[in-house]
Design a protein around this ligand. Structure first.
Ligand code: SF4
Length: 536
């Protein structure tokens, strides 16, 4: 590119408005028109569970309502992020110089709150990039909503990211040095990857080359979908820590492609599952091309987050050829074998504890019952219960059934314990409902280390299993007995190679080397309690 043109092309984030609806053309320096904007909304209370980072979804298809399809894909992936949602749509041939026009709408809130039919009708085109966000790097603010939309010398691109970088500070410094005029509009690591791609393109690389180069500058977890004037790119980090799958709609020869964080996103729009975007793979889907171009951009050992299997991903999503429901039932069977107890009823903490409770019941012969009813008709609330409500227990979300629990020795199956605050209230509520004994069984090993790869697990000093012994945790929760699934049992139930998984939050074996500043930000304790036992 000629220097003058290069200078004229501003590297700042002008095409990446915070929230609302934006329209951008190919023309370098185009200011998007922001039609509406929302207030910043900060998350008010941290839940007592690991929180999933994000969901990504993309559709490339002609003569299809790609925005509507993406809406439903994001709707299916709502569990992966409830703080903001966004869709960017490319319409070919309607922008300047015959390039694509990109329209984007994003805002704080659930998918069903951010979009309505009127908004979706204003997003015509052939390529849609969608994103649901839960904050990991960068707080829960409107400016951090995705997709990120930037211009380059080759036209605009829209970018959505699931995961978390562990070298974000270093990358930010490098980008600021490389692009002196850069204006960061968010506090997320995702924007940094987008700027790295933009820089690569503006330095003369093509899309494929710029995306590969940007990926090679990143360390951490990243599953990406990227919309460009040349089609859709999907990419996973070398370890494949976060999932990403692809499939097609209609006949495969019609080349109508869909990329989703999980297979449940394919199912909801009737798309067939073709396969995973493999760890270290980049796939380029082009309009009308019946064969996506697949290649590796790096080669490293696969390390899928095992917590996706245990808890994060939807039970109807398929991993390793089966639904996670089946895996979680098997986990319950292993848990029953490893940690038997005499009891009258097995209950699960809805929703993710239910399949493991069914498995525990099947293996132990103890009847399964619905002892806890979850309010399924609400999304995440940003309104805090009053202090009096808090003291009254956790019944905003879960309500025990005295008819089922009274006079019974109860085994309660939950998928994990993080801080223990919710579990403690839950145990008290079950006792209040008349249970004579409460035995807690956890369908994962103790969480002793924080996650740096896109899951929000608190700092180590807040993880109860990093601070207390098993007996101390049992006493703190007020249970008659407590036992966790072993790491070996967790892997055995997966019927896959142990080495295929990241299990770092259970054993501290982080697959990606981190800067000292990153690791010390969450690793605050010397090993103690269960953490010491896990390491021993
Ligand atoms: Fe998943 Fe835990 Fe590894 Fe994070 S540290 S990627 S939550 S297994």
């Amino acid at each position: 590119m000629a220097p003058a043109a290069s200078q004229a092309l501003r590297h700042n984030a002008e095409a990446n408005p915070t929230v609302g609806t934006a329209v951008t053309d190919v023309q370098p320096g185009t200011q998007p028109t922001v039609i509406s904007a929302a207030e910043h909304l900060d998350c008010v209370e941290r839940p007592d569970k690991p929180e999933e980072a994000c969901g990504v979804f993309a559709v490339l298809a002609t003569e299809q309502p790609v925005a509507n399809l993406t809406y439903f894909g994001l709707y299916a992936l709502q569990h992966r992020g409830q703080e903001s949602a966004g869709i960017a749509v490319f319409e070919q041939g309607t922008g300047l110089a015959g390039g694509p026009r990109v329209r984007m709408h994003k805002d704080m809130g659930l998918v069903s709150q951010v979009f309505d039919q009127e908004v979706l009708e204003r997003l015509p085109g052939e390529l849609a990039i969608g994103h649901n966000r839960y904050s990991t790097t960068g707080s829960s603010k409107a400016c951090n909503a995705q997709p990120v939309l930037l211009n380059t010398r080759l036209g605009p691109f829209a970018f959505a990211h699931n995961g978390n970088l562990v070298n974000a500070a270093e990358l930010r410094q490098a980008i600021a040095a490389q692009i002196p005029e850069v204006e960061f509009t968010s506090t997320t690591d995702s924007e940094l990857i987008a700027f790295a791609i933009q820089h690569g393109v503006n330095s003369g690389l093509d899309w494929d080359g710029a995306i590969r180069e940007a990926a090679s500058r990143c360390r951490g977890a990243f599953s990406l979908v990227i919309g460009t004037p040349e089609g859709l790119f999907a990419l996973r980090d070398g370890h494949g820590i976060r999932p990403l799958v692809f499939g097609h709609m209609g006949e495969r020869s019609s080349a109508q492609w869909v990329v989703s964080s999980e297979t449940c996103g394919l199912d909801i729009i009737g798309a067939s599952y073709d396969g995973d975007v493999e760890p270290g793979e980049i796939i380029h889907f082009s309009l009308g091309d019946p064969e996506p171009r697949r290649s590796r951009w790096t080669s490293e050992p696969a390390k899928l987050c095992v917590f996706e299997m245990i808890y994060f991903a939807r039970p109807d999503s398929r991993f390793f050829g089966e639904s996670l429901y089946s895996y979680r039932v098997r986990i319950g069977e292993v848990l029953a074998r490893e940690t038997p107890v005499e009891a009258d009823i097995v209950i699960g903490v809805p929703d993710s504890g239910i399949p493991a409770a069914i498995g525990y019941s099947q293996r132990s012969g103890i009847p399964f019952g619905d002892g806890l009813i979850k309010n399924r008709y609400v999304g995440r609330t940003f309104i805090q219960p009053t202090q009096a409500m808090r003291e009254a227990g956790i019944r905003v979300k879960l309500n025990p059934l005295p008819d089922v629990l009274a006079g019974k020795r109860v085994v309660v199956i939950d998928d994990s314990i993080v801080r223990g605050t919710t579990s403690r209230k839950l145990v008290a509520a079950i006792r209040d409902a008349g249970a004579t004994e409460v035995h807690m069984r956890i369908s994962s090993p103790p969480v002793t280390h924080p996650c740096f790869y896109g899951i929000d697990t608190d700092t180590q000093d807040q993880l109860i299993a990093a601070r207390l012994t098993l007996e101390e945790i049992a006493a703190h929760l007020g249970v008659d007995s407590l036992a966790y699934l072993s790491k070996q049992g967790m892997v055995e139930a997966a019927q896959a190679q142990a080495s295929q998984f990241c299990t770092a939050c259970f054993d501290g074996a982080y697959p990606i080397v981190m800067d000292e500043a990153v690791s010390s930000s969450k690793l605050m304790l010397e090993p103690s309690g269960i953490a010491a036992a896990v390491r021993a």
